[in-house]
Ligand binder design. Structure first.
Ligand code: UD1
Ligand code: CA
Length: 463
């Protein structure tokens, strides 16, 4: 394709969202709405992208990391007025310009590419993408003349009874010849119900001035879903989520009940991994092959190597080595680096700690700010007492050591390799290598105390 530019309109407030946040900054599958549109435009092979911002301008621009050119629409006087703000940047350019709204996140690169190619090959002044939908409410309607050519678009609010029954709608996606676009924008007025400069009026202006307008009807009108409120936001998110999950399924990942899972855009998953229902995978999470994830896991920004199993757990910003198991009901907080063949069992919380290969932390344990070596066994109920009320301190547990049940390790403290700690100990000093540490008071028996105190709770026995 030669010389195709694009303008994305994203200055509107999106009042129907009832939000403090600009509409196009709302996220779908972890990616702001505007970026779905930008990525589709990029994928279509467009040379330069201009984004018109206005309402919550800083916030909208802050969402965008792609290389685009910004321009401002100070007052939101309509879609036509928004496009006028981009024209100085296209000044003197020859070629075609895609124009689309920032609130249509389902649009694909392929559709935009087809539109631009069709438009260029036809030599028309303007081409608009349309769809025939069951419920056209809220969209502009396509008016065709007696020859069947599109000659006008009427907005919902300006449409009469008969026009409202038209089911062919304007997608808000257009391709213009740049010179025709410039000329037609100069002739726009705001003589309508909303007192706005409608971009859609360029259709009738071009027709009246002898230009040809093509209207291409897209079969897959799902792509044109415009997001105006939270109901549509949810509908679009569902579709995008399904697209993402289908991509993974085609790459060899099994999802038992795909619609019960949420997988964000940037997540990668290796083949033969099985994802059970209720699993949410977010951010830059990367999962190896042959893993079993879920049911009911929420995993963000975490790397998980192959053959690892995670069940009913929450994991943030961590790493887990191959052949390990996590859960049920484990909570791995940021900075947890888990080795290979590790077992993290039920009700274990780990924070900012390194856990060596083949170590077992099977139940009811808190590990914070620790470095635990290889082949360590932590019994049930071990607590790393990392916080003294002021600062977080570090604990080191050497390779092959055995920490009994219900041990408190009062950090900073070090347990040298190959040592044992007796159950119930509270450790405050270094434990040397090959030693046993016992730090608990001895048991005392007071004979017949219960009888003397008259505190028998059941029948008294003869013995
Ligand atoms: C628009 C079309 C309608 C079409 C629909 C498709 C017009 C007049 N109507 O209606 O025919 O069926 O899209 O989804 O174009 N914007 C600005 N500045 C403004 C106003 C809007 O940048 O002053 C931006 C918004 O940020 C948004 C886009 O333009 O991304 C569309 O605006 P919106 O108010 O949602 O238009 P619709 O009423 O949906
Ligand atoms: Ca809209």
């Amino acid at each position: 394709m030669e010389h195709v530019y694009a303008v994305i309109l994203a200055a509107g407030a999106g009042t129907r969202m009832k939000s403090e946040k600009a509409k196009v900054a709302h996220e779908l599958c972890g990616k702001p709405m505007i970026n779905w549109v930008i990525d589709a435009v990029k994928g279509a092979g467009v040379e330069e992208i201009i984004v018109v911002t206005g309402y919550q301008e800083e916030q909208v621009r802050g969402c965008i990391s792609e290389n685009v050119i910004f321009t401002s629409q100070k007052e939101q006087l309509g879609t036509g007025h928004a496009l006028m703000q981009a024209m100085p940047l296209l000044n003197g350019r020859k070629g075609s310009c895609l124009v689309l709204c920032g609130d249509i996140p389902l649009i694909t690169a392929q559709t935009l590419r087809n539109l631009a190619e069709n438009h260029i090959n036809s030599g028309r002044a303007m081409t608009v993408l349309t769809a025939v939908v069951e419920d056209p409410h809220g969209y502009g309607r396509i008016i065709r003349d007696s020859m069947g050519n599109a000659c006008r678009i009427v907005e919902q609010k300006d449409a009469d009874e008969k026009q409202r029954n038209i089911k062919e709608i304007n997608s808000g996606i257009y391709c213009y010849d740049i010179q025709w676009l410039e000329e037609s924008l100069k002739k726009l007025d705001n003589n309508n119900m909303q007192k706005e400069y409608y971009l859609t009026d360029t259709v009738s202006i071009i027709c009246e001035n002898g230009g040809s307008v093509g209207a291409i009807t897209l079969d897959n009108h799902e792509e044109m879903l415009g997001i105006n409120d939270r109901v549509q936001l949810a509908a679009a998110e569902r579709i995008l989520n399904r697209r993402i999950i289908e991509r993974h399924m085609k790459n060899g990942v099994t999802f038992l009940i795909p619609d019960s899972c949420i997988v964000e855009e940037r997540v990668s998953i290796g083949s033969d991994t099985v994802i059970y229902p209720g699993t949410i995978l977010k951010g830059s999470t990367s999962i190896g092959s042959n893993c079993v994830i879920g049911p009911n896991c929420m995993i963000s920004d975490t790397t998980i190597d192959s053959n690892t199993k995670i069940i009913f757990s929450v994991i943030n910003d961590s790493r887990i080595g191959a052949n390990s198991t996590v859960g049920p009901f484990a909570y791995l907080r940021p900075g947890s680096i888990i080795g290979e063949k590790v077992k993290i069992g039920d009700f274990v919380e780990i924070k900012k700690s390194v856990i060596g290969d083949e170590t077992k932390i099977s139940h009811l344990t808190y590990v914070g700010d620790a470095e635990i070596g290889k082949n360590v066994n932590l019994g049930c109920g071990v607590v790393f007492v990392n916080y003294d009320g002021k600062v977080k301190n570090k604990t080191i547990v050497g390779d092959n050591s055995f920490i009994g049940c219900n041990v408190n390790l009062i950090s900073p403290v070090e347990v040298k390799p190959n040592s044992y700690i007796a159950a119930g100990s509270t450790i405050t000093e270094e434990v040397p290598e090959y030693s046993l540490a016992i730090a608990r008071s001895r048991q005392t028996i007071i004979r017949d105390w219960v009888i003397r105190r008259g505190m028998i709770r059941g029948e008294k026995s003869d013995t």
